[in-house]
Design a protein around this ligand. Structure first.
Ligand code: HMG
Ligand code: MG
Length: 298
């Protein structure tokens, strides 16, 4: 593998905490994000401006976003589902927003209460609004290999959506294996189809680790030239509308793997482990990161 450096998009505070049953106090979230900001990570997705009726865990989005110490050189994107969320994010001062759309009708309905086409229409409005305000938009495609409601997802559906989101103006598309069912073969097939419509520099990979295939699937993406990888410290999280799905690949495990391959991430593993411990101790769960458990010392 000839990749020299990888940009990690840390999604723990958002993807990780959106599904956490323990109530995490706003000041704990802020301290957690401040610790992450000291690790060398360049991108930290900090919260989502979604409906608090749907995801109460993210109901303190404004307080979190305004409360964190933003470091120069670190970008703090937030997730938005619609124009209402985008307006709130812009008002809060977000410099980057992320929109999300599912590659399967079942998940689109459960997660955002609309069809894929309606979701695309919403997305267009969000992107136009963000761009009028000089705000970059990242796009997520969810369920890129499998859907908890519809089963296997055809690679062609993922490629088509990726193409649509890029043409609407997203600068990068993060391909999400929301329920972590992907394997080397299915992820390869999906990426091959997507890379017929775009180049690897427009793509990120977002693997949940439900079946322990996350790092393998990330390697598959790196081999195809992808250099942006999403992960969550301590392997936090999951999606409230994807029952049984666990968190993303743990950032500590990802950094360890990449360092071992001689790929630069700019992340200080020791500091990352401390940030992972901080939040794991608060929610009273051991980190779902092998590396964190192996290397942590009090
Ligand atoms: P809806 O109920 O159809 O929306 O939900 P609505 O427009 O009818 O609004 C219902 C109520 O919500 C109204 O309040 C709105 O004001 C309010 P009421 O009049 O009843 O008092 N509302 C909002 N409030 C605050 N901020 C907003 C907002 N929008 C509406 N932005 C909606 C549709 C899309 C809003 C809802 O389904 C929703 O919020 N869904 C988000 C679900 C979610 O956050 N899922 C997890 C993130 S996606 C993910 O994890 C996958 C990813 O990690 C990638 C991967 O792993 O694949 C990204
Ligand atoms: Mg996710």
């Amino acid at each position: 593998n000839s990749t020299l450096s990888v940009r990690i998009v840390e999604v723990g505070p958002r993807d990780g905490l959106q599904n956490e049953p323990t109530r995490v106090d706003t000041d704990v979230k802020i301290e957690f994000i401040n610790k992450l900001s000291q690790t060398g990570l360049r991108t930290i997705e900090v919260t989502s401006f979604v409906s608090p009726k749907w995801v109460p865990q993210m109901g303190d989005n404004l307080e979190v976003f305004s409360g964190i110490d933003k470091q120069t050189g670190v970008t703090y994107p937030v997730l938005v589902p619609n124009v209402q969320g985008c307006k709130s994010a812009l008002k809060a001062g977000a410099e980057e927003v992320a929109i999300f759309i599912a590659a399967s009708e079942g998940f689109s309905r459960k997660n955002t209460n609309c069809t894929i086409q309606e979701s695309l229409n919403r997305t267009k409005e969000v992107i136009d609004l963000a761009h009028e305000n000089n705000t970059k938009v990242r796009g997520y495609v969810s369920c890129v290999v499998g859907c908890p409601y519809d089963g296997k997802v055809p690679p062609a559906s993922v490629a088509k959506l990726t193409e649509s989101l890029l043409s609407l103006g997203c600068y990068e598309i993060s391909l999400g294996d929301t329920i972590g069912v992907g394997t080397k073969s299915s992820v390869t097939a999906m990426l091959e189809e997507v890379l017929k419509v775009t180049s690897p520099d427009k793509i990120a990979i977002h693997c949940h680790d439900t079946y322990g295939q996350g790092l393998v699937n990330i390697l598959v993406a790196l081999d195809k030239g992808v250099t942006v990888v999403d992960s969550a410290v301590a392997g936090l999280g999951g999606c409230p509308y994807a029952r049984g799905a666990t968190g993303n690949v743990a950032t500590e495990d990802l950094v360890y793997m990449l360092e071992g391959m001689g790929v630069r991430t700019g992340v200080n593993l020791k500091e990352l482990i401390k940030a992972g411990r901080y939040i794991s101790d608060f929610i009273k769960k051991p980190p779902a990161s092998r590396v964190n458990n192996a290397l942590y010392s009090k």
